[in-house]
Write a protein that binds this ligand. Sequence first.
Ligand SMILES: [Zn+2]
Ligand SMILES: [Zn+2]
Length: 190
Amino acid sequence: MSDSSDDNHDLRSDQPGEEGLRIRGPIPEELYSFYEERPFKCCTRCGEGLADFAEGYRVSKVYRGEEVIFEYALCLPCLRTMFEESSEESKQALMKFQMERFRFVTGFDECALCDNQRDALPTMEYGLVGICLGEGLAESNLICGECMEAMSECVSEETRKGWDRFVEDNFPGVPADFEPMPIRGPVTMV
Ligand SMILES: [Zn+2]
Ligand SMILES: [Zn+2]
């Protein structure tokens, strides 16, 4: 009886919060809740306190010029659920799109998926995404309006309807034709 511990390396890789996220600094004000004028405290979908999620959470904000069109924070379990509710086809198309284009940049100066710079964006709309852990920021990216549109074209009608429902339920004032940022963003860990 001497074999068990050497043969089975127990890597405990099921703890992404421990290994996967490194805090780079405080959450920038651009990712604060516009309505609350402070960092998001609760998940937009389930209402749980975000500080309690050791795996972190994702903040997404869509701007038109200086104006915030909508914003939300999702805990990781909700992010996963929403992604899982997307059709298989949509999930694969989105992953492929992002894997092909992701430029491994971080921050809000340039698009993560194409070479558009923030100070010369071709559209008024753009999205900011941050992966946060407690009060810290682990990852952040800007997605330009052209790339947001290209991503929403990747997904099936059914998936898009699910996203529309999420927006309608949470942001009654948002124009119906406006797509939320796709659930599997380049900086998500889902
Ligand atoms: Zn949640
Ligand atoms: Zn882009």
